[in-house]
Write a protein that binds this ligand. Sequence first.
Ligand code: BV8
Length: 235
Amino acid sequence: MSKSPRRITILTGAGISAESGLGTFRDVGGLWSRHDWRDLATPRAFARDPGFVLDFYNWRRAAVRAARPNPAHLALARLERDWPGEVTLITQNVDDLHERAGSRAVIHMHGTHLRALCAACGHRWPAPEVMAPDDPCPACAAPRSRPDVVWFGEMPYHMDRIAAALEATDLFVSIGTSGTVQPAAGFAAAARAAGARTLSLNLEPSRNAAAFDDSRFGPAAEIVPPWVEELLASG
Ligand code: BV8
C-alpha cells in the first residue's frame, strides 16, 4: 500500500453481515432470488399490499435482533476508534450491526430497520418489533406507517454528505457489496475520479470490479480484520 491515507471512506453491503447470519440479496439463495423485490421494496408494492411488505420487514427485523456483529463489523469499529485520520462509514445495510459493534458514525444511505416512518406526515420513531398496516402514526394518527428504508425509485439518504466524502477521501474501500445498486455502485469510480485509491474486499469480484485499484477476496469476517491490522500498523 502506498503512503498511509489520511481520510478513509468505507462502503458496506449485505456481504459484511452474511457471517452474522443475515441473508444477502443477489447471491444464490439470496433474498431477491426468493422474493421479487418489485413486490417488497418499492413504494408501489407498499401501496398495493402494506401488510405483505410490513410482514417481510417484521421478519427481517426479528432476524437482525437475533444476529450478532461479526469480526468484520468489530474491525471497522476499531479502525474508526484508532485511526489517526478521518474514517467515514457508509452502509447500504438497514441492520444495526455496525452500531452494535461499536461504530459511532454510520451513514445509513438506505435507511434502517430500527426506525418507522409515517408515509402521511414524515414523522419518524423507533420501529416496534411488529409493524401492522393500521398502526396509527404517533404524530398524526394516520394508519400509514412504513419501515424507514429507501426503496427502489426513492432517493437514498445523506447523498450530500456522501458526495463530500467521496470528493475528499484518500482511500475508498468497498466491503461485501455486489456493485449492482445505484447510486452506491458508482461511488468507487467517483472517488477514483477525485484522486482516491480504491480497494474492494469481497467474496468475489463485484460488478463494478473495474473501478478498484486493488482487491482482496474472501469472507469479510476473515479478510477485514487483517486488513485493518495492516492499516493501523502502517498508520
Ligand atoms: C435511486 C431496501 C433515484 C432496503 C434496497 C437501471 C439501471 C441502473 C439503475 C437503475 C435502473 N433502474 C432503476 C435504477 C435505480 C435503482 C437500481 O440501482 N436498480 C438496479 C437494481 C438496477 N436504484 C434505486 O432505485 C435507488 N434510488 O436511484 O433513486 C432518484 C432520483 C431522483 C429522485 C428520486 C429517486 C434506491 C436503491 C435502494 C433500494 N433499496 N433495499 C432493504 O430492504 O434492505 S436495495 C438492496 O440492495 C439493499 O439495500 C442492499 O443493501 C442493496 C445492495 O445490495 P448488496 O448490499 O450489494 O447485496 P448483494 O446481495 O447484491 O451483494 C452481496 C455481495 O456480498 C456479493 O458481491 C457477494 O459476493 C458478497 N458476499 C457474500 N457473502 C460474503 C460477501 N462478501 C464478504 N463476505 C461474505 N461472507
